[in-house]
Design a protein around this ligand. Structure first.
Ligand SMILES: NC(=O)c1ccc[n+]([C@@H]2O[C@H](COP(=O)([O-])OP(=O)(O)OC[C@H]3O[C@@H](n4cnc5c(N)ncnc54)[C@H](O)[C@@H]3O)[C@@H](O)[C@H]2O)c1
Length: 258
């Protein structure tokens, strides 16, 4: 084992969904710093162009891809575009939304379906195409799904998000079992609350007091930074984690240790 965080990434393509913002953008930037050619995918063309510009300005390699993870054809086109750049060696499935906040008894079905379509079915569609590509080229690869602390425990008002993230951990374990023999590793990262636009989009008031309250739920008494999640993803994609598959790495300031 080389122990290098770069070796498996340097000659390959690293795909990131949700790369237009927050954790996905930071992950795309971290993959580029590790020497990968990044395929930065997002439903927002403007956002993914911005990520690409940031990576190129820093001297990295990046191609923007507009893709909707809920759409089978769009996901396949995304994989085809990424594979045209070079051999797909790493993929981080990061696209996600929080959804509206309501108790289960009041949760609207259309909102449930929207969240599950992106946060669970979207991960399945991306994993399916990524696994086919990685098993197909024969040189293996590493898939990292972005789960959440909500993949392990409940979260008030976020039923479809919680159900989806629990599902993502199950998909991760199943993918790991099914593709270990093909040399593809499948892991997840479960972040605690991280400072990104998703927090303000989730309908929870996000002023200084709300931030402090959220921070206090983590034993480290602060929120995470997107870069701190990105570093864990890059490690899971690298040869330094060569014997790690089917695991979920909690990057949560101790949230789940309580
Ligand atoms: N921020 C947190 O506190 C936190 C905590 C745990 C887990 N996560 C997870 O991290 C991931 C990234 O979240 P973030 O905080 O960076 O959010 P974000 O809102 O900053 O970024 C999410 C990105 O996903 C993209 N996206 C949404 N729907 C899409 C679709 N259908 N197809 C393609 N792209 C789509 C958005 O355009 C956006 O660029 C999500 O899966 C989220 O559940 C976030």
């Amino acid at each position: 084992m080389s122990g290098s965080t770069k070796s498996s990434l340097e000659n390959g393509v690293a795909l990131v969904t949700g790369a237009g913002s927050g954790i996905g953008r930071a992950t795309a930037q971290a993959f580029a710093r590790a020497g990968a050619c990044v395929a930065a995918a997002d439903i927002s063309a403007a956002a993914v162009e911005e990520t690409t510009a940031l990576i190129r300005q820093a001297g990295g390699c990046c191609t923007p891809i507009v893709a909707d993870v809920t759409d089978e054809a769009s996901v396949q086109a995304m994989i085809d575009q990424a594979s045209a750049i070079g051999e797909l060696r790493a993929a981080c499935n990061c696209a996600g939304i929080a959804g509206a906040a309501a108790k289960i008894g009041d949760y609207p079905l259309d909102e449930w379906n929207k969240v599950v379509a992106i946060d669970l079915t979207g991960v399945f569609l991306c994993m399916r195409a990524e696994l086919q590509a990685m098993a197909g080229h024969g040189n293996g690869g590493s898939i990292i799904n972005i789960a959440s602390i909500a993949g392990h425990v409940g979260l008030n008002g976020a039923a479809p998000y919680v159900a989806s993230k629990h599902g993502v951990i199950g998909l991760t374990q199943t993918g790991a079992l099914e593709y270990a023999g093909a040399g593809v590793r499948v892991n997840a990262v479960a972040p605690g609350f991280v400072v990104t636009p998703i927090l303000s989009k989730s309908g929870i008031p996000f002023d200084e007091a709300a931030q402090a309250k959220l921070a206090s739920r983590h034993p480290m008494n602060r929120l995470g930074l997107p870069e701190e999640i990105a570093e864990a993803v890059v490690w899971l994609a690298s040869d330094a984690s060569a014997f790690v598959t089917g695991t979920t790495l909690n990057v949560d300031g101790g949230y789940l240790a309580r």
